[in-house]
Design a binder for this molecule. Structure first.
Ligand SMILES: [Fe+2]
Ligand SMILES: [Fe+2]
Length: 155
């Protein structure tokens, strides 16, 4: 079964990617700071696209009480998310720190557009930590419950 990241989240990721890509072309210390940030974000985004966010594609169906046996395939993704969650949260800390460096450089050089990009990206990380990742973990726990298996103790 294919699990598709809800479209608004896909669009948000693409928009953040695009703004970051433009910032890397700024040149000077702003461009360098944006490249450092991009290097941290790229592998992180891949993990989100591969296993952290696709389980959210089941949220609406599960909330409607729908069930199909192939939904159990999502456990491969949610187990991986639970295992890698501490690492992903640590990556957010690195990203937010690199973002602060970028914002400071952009502020010094009058790039208010790039300064303005820092806030939504920081909010994005917080939303993932407090809403998206926990929701994806809950998708896995619910699917496991419906399969009649024991939910493992929270890590
Ligand atoms: Fe993200
Ligand atoms: Fe993230």
């Amino acid at each position: 079964m294919k699990f598709t990241i809800p479209l608004p989240l896909q669009n948000e990721h693409e928009a953040l990617h695009e703004r970051l890509r433009r910032a890397t072309q700024a040149g000077g210390e702003v461009g360098e700071a944006a490249k450092t940030l991009a290097q941290l974000m790229h592998p992180h985004f891949i993990k989100e696209d591969e296993f952290a966010l696709p389980p959210l594609g089941l949220l609406a169906a599960l909330a409607r009480g729908e069930w199909s046996a192939e939904m159990a395939e999502v456990l491969t993704l949610t187990d991986q998310l639970e295992a890698e969650l501490p690492q992903m949260l640590a990556e957010h800390e690195g990203i937010v720190a690199a973002l602060k460096t970028l914002r400071d450089a952009a502020s010094r050089t009058g790039r208010s557009d790039i300064v303005a990009f820092a806030e939504p990206l920081t909010e994005h990380a917080r939303t993932e930590e407090e809403v998206m990742y926990p929701a994806a973990v809950l998708v896995g726990q619910l699917v496991r419950q419906r399969l009649g298996q024991r939910v493992p103790a929270a890590a």
